[in-house]
Design a protein around this ligand. Structure first.
Ligand code: HAM
Length: 452
């Protein structure tokens, strides 16, 4: 048999320590990026599971899309003049020379997936539930990150205003169940046809004497390219000028007006409070008819930190090469929702309930409890262990740290007797139990505990 190669020990201390200073650099997160650490994750679990459960009851099915997509997909859909594309997109040329982007939003990818997988052949509507990280190189501030997550719901193939109302109902219920007070801001921006006439009126309004000079530089540029966006500028001067601006609801064509009236009627019937906000136009290019945002109940400034937003986009599927398909959807900003949940001190589900810790003394006991641990875990007990530790003291410290209710302790003597010790971690009282009856004993004790 060939002899195994000897492992050379490195005893040269000097050599080990000689790490050049340049290589010892420590690293930090990029600006606007977050680590989600252990405690914070409990909030993520709560928010995600609430959204998933609720969406499923309304018939939404989960799917995923890639993080990297062709950059021109967003340029053409989110909008060439949108802030996302002009200022915020993480776009670069990859090693194959293709211009790609870290997705700044999910809707274009979901429309792409709908077309690419021929979903128009399936019974309509197609209801999608999507969850994942997005990237926007925006100025980081409270509630605004460069990597953030959305829960996104989209509905394809349904033109009825019931769909718009149902999405708003779902979003509203989501916040209600999380005990977060929100206000629904809603508007209709009509279709291509009625928007044309309105845009001309709006341009004429802003070109009236003295108004242009008051507008911010961005709005001066927007006036030529995307006049509706002037209405949702947050600059004080622009907000002042817009006060007398014509309102789009007065220019809606009959079909768009009917659609919007029905959406509002459904919201009334569902008892969902809303604010008809004629300045709400959204910063993405693809919307038609209904647009809405969910603001926290903290007044006008709260729009800076909208908890969610969405609307109808009846032309986008065709624009991206599919068959004409009406569609609507919305997205919730996970980090913003979590910060509201934290403010409310909503009790989180205690993951570490009814923890049973298994401790051992000696190698033989350790081997035996490996199996016991698996058996109890498979039977549904919430078991923990620290099998790498030898000392019982260290193991019981760990049991306390994980909040164990009971510890099961196996040593040499117990192996010989066919028993095990059970220790009540609160009182410290230890009793001997039959090894074969551990499960029954645990069930009985946990039942008694939970009745207290
Ligand atoms: P959005 O308004 O760009 O819409 O984003 C939706 C939500 O994502 C916002 O209301 C906010 O809660 C969250 N969000 C956006 N940017 C950030 C950020 N930088 N940091 C933290 N949270 C942020 C869309 O993305 C559309 N695709 C929504 C949609 C779906 N429309 C139809 N279907």
């Amino acid at each position: 048999m060939p002899r195994p190669a000897k492992i050379k020990k490195n005893n040269n201390k000097k050599e080990k320590e000689a790490v050049p200073a340049k290589k010892r650099k420590s690293f930090s997160r990029l600006r606007g990026m977050k680590d989600v650490l252990f405690d914070e994750y409990r909030y993520w679990d709560l928010v995600k599971s609430k959204a998933i459960d609720l969406a499923r009851t309304y018939g939404f099915k989960r799917l995923d899309t890639p993080i990297l997509e062709p950059a021109d997909m967003y340029e053409r859909t989110t909008g060439e003049t949108s802030d996302i594309v002009t200022k915020e997109m993480y776009a670069f040329v990859d090693k194959g020379g293709e211009k790609v982007a870290l997705r700044p939003e999910a809707t274009p990818s979901l429309v792409r997936a709908y077309i690419e997988h021929g979903m128009f052949n399936f019974p309509q509507p197609i209801k999608m539930l999507w969850l994942g990280p997005l990237f926007r190189h925006d100025k980081p501030q409270a509630g605004r990150y460069r990597q953030f997550s959305q829960i996104d719901l989209e509905m394809f193939g349904e033109e009825s205003p019931v769909a718009d109302a149902q999405l708003i109902l779902l979003a509203y219920n989501f916040f209600k169940e999380l005990q977060i007070d929100v206000q629904v801001q809603i508007n209709s921006i009509g279709c291509k046809e009625c928007r044309k006439e309105y845009s001309n009126k709006l341009i004429a309004f802003y070109k009236e004497r003295g108004k242009r000079a008051k507008l911010c530089p961005d709005c001066n540029k927007r006036l030529a390219k995307n006049p509706l966006r002037l209405l949702d500028c947050k600059e004080e001067k622009c907000v002042e000028v817009r006060t007398d601006a014509p309102q789009i609801v007065d220019y809606l064509c009959d079909d768009c007006k009917n659609h919007f009236t029905k959406v509002l009627e459904y919201l009334d019937e569902l008892d969902i409070p809303y604010n008809l906000n004629t300045y709400l136009v959204r910063g993405l290019d693809y919307y038609t008819r209904t647009v809405f945002e969910i603001w926290p109940m903290d007044g006008e400034e709260s729009r800076q930190t909208a908890l969610g937003a969405g609307g109808r986009y009846d032309d986008l599927v065709e624009f991206m090469g599919g068959r004409p398909t009406p569609a609507c959807g919305f997205a919730l900003g996970v980090e913003r929702v979590i910060s509201k949940v934290k403010e409310k001190n909503i009790p989180l589900k205690q993951e570490d309930e009814n923890v049973i810790f298994i401790a051992q003394l000696g190698d033989q006991a350790r081997r035996k409890v490996f199996g016991l641990f698996e058996e109890l875990r498979r039977s549904g007990f919430n078991v923990r262990q620290a099998f790498t530790k030898d000392s019982l003291k260290a193991q019981l410290e760990e049991a306390n740290r994980v909040g164990a209710k009971f510890s099961l302790i196996l040593g040499q003597k117990e192996i010989l007797d066919g028993t095990m010790l059970i220790r009540d971690m609160e009182s410290g009282i230890q009793e001997v139990i039959d090894y074969k009856k551990i499960r029954q004993e645990l069930e009985k004790r946990l039942n008694n505990e939970n009745k207290k």
